[in-house]
Design a protein around this ligand. Structure first.
Ligand SMILES: Cc1ncc(COP(=O)(O)O)c(C=O)c1O
Length: 365
């Protein structure tokens, strides 16, 4: 058995041709492929607008600026995520206020109530690992308290909540196209999806130094555009995305089937009537995480840990806010016990079987 990687981004002939075509025939910046990718992605998610930007982090950052977050404005978010979630709040001069997670590894809605203050401006839930957060409950709190909501959809392309794709349940849904995401643009890239035309226009201004019309700069903006060549590749990737998501679901089902009798492993939350995850990662929990990771590596199966340290305990956040261990026990437990098994379209049945056999072997030793 060859080495099994944790993820395996696709770059095929069609994508190569689209890239070369864009490089030869379009403007490098804000070329036609950018508009078309935005149209396609808005349609895919089901929103009226989609505005591309240069990364998922910038999508979140610009979304916060578009909702006029200013110095000291508090955004309630979650301790267990990639650091980009809360860094985007710092970039926008806001203050992240962290909640712990629930049993689905997502923001614990009950904690949001206690964290609201006079300075709270918004809530930023994360659909981590492709599992939708509890959007109805979050939106109810937001409405009652006059807060905006921005969804971090960096890991949730193709995940459904109540029959609609994530990215539809807030002011703006922010996606990432980083190389290992459910789809990539073969480089950095991001998208802000919204049904609000004014917000879409504001993101367009913010990503391009606030310029409109040409040579007139009305607000402070950034160089945060998606390159045309990446948009051209993204359009081709997007065509495959629905099939890729289905494949992820099938792989998750197979892992669940093979591993259901391993008592030492807690399998990820599955589908429910309300939620249809996209399984960006197949995240499990086990008390023997580090040993299992090592054993699988010795057997040519490369697994990863997302994320070994909850955001508040990163040195940056400890230094800024004085967070101390013990404040977010469930996130801490997840960081200590979670790992993810290889998950990518194209992962073969025999590989899933081999991985599962090795996991059984480890626990039966
Ligand atoms: C949950 C989450 N939020 C935000 C981001 C930021 O996206 P990017 O890497 O495209 O800046 C990522 C991905 O890296 C992520 O996983």
């Amino acid at each position: 058995m060859d080495v099994i990687p944790p993820a395996n981004p696709v770059f095929n002939k069609e994508m190569e041709e689209a890239a070369i075509n864009a490089l030869r025939n379009e403007r490098y910046i804000l070329g036609e492929s950018v508009d078309k990718f935005e149209e396609d992605f808005a349609k895919y998610v089901g929103t009226d607008y989609a505005v591309s930007v240069s990364s998922g982090t910038n999508a979140l950052h610009l979304a916060l600026l578009a909702r006029d977050l200013t110095i000291g404005g508090e955004i309630i978010t979650v301790a267990s995520s990639y650091i980009a979630t809360s860094n985007s709040i710092l970039h926008a001069n806001g203050t992240p206020i962290f909640c712990d997670i629930n049993d689905e590894y997502l923001i614990d809605v009950k904690q949001i109530f206690d964290k609201i203050s006079k300075r709270t401006k918004g809530i930023m839930p994360v659909h981590l690992y492709g599992h939708p957060a509890d959007m109805d409950e979050i939106n109810e709190i937001a409405q009652k308290n006059n807060l905006f909501v921005i969804e971090d959809c960096a890991q949730s392309h193709g995940a459904f909540y109540k029959g609609k794709m994530t990215g539809n349940f807030s002011d703006m849904g922010c996606f990432s196209f980083y190389s290992t995401k459910n789809m990539t643009v073969c480089g950095d890239g991001g998208m802000v999806n919204t049904n609000d035309g004014k917000l879409a226009e504001k993101i367009k201004l913010l990503r391009n130094h606030g310029q409109h019309p040409k040579d007139v700069h009305t607000i402070l903006g950034y160089t945060a555009r998606l390159n045309t060549v990446n948009a051209a590749i993204g359009r081709v990737q997007l065509k495959y995305l629905p099939d890729w998501i289905e494949e992820r679901r099938k792989i998750a089902k197979k892992y669940n089937e093979h591993l259901k009798d391993v008592d030492e492993i807690i399998l990820p939350p599955g589908d429910s009537e309300i939620k249809k995850p996209s399984y960006h990662l197949f995240e499990i929990k086990t008390k023997k995480r580090d040993e299992l990771l090592k054993f699988l590596k010795e057997n040519k199966i490369i697994c990863l840990i997302h994320y070994p340290t909850p955001i508040p305990y990163q040195p940056l956040y400890k230094n800024l806010f004085g967070f101390k261990e013990g404040g977010f026990p469930k996130s801490e437990e997840l960081s200590a016990q979670a790992m993810d098994f290889p998950m990518f379209p194209g992962l073969k049945d025999e590989q899933i079987k081999y991985i599962s056999e090795k996991i059984h072997e480890f626990f039966n030793r």
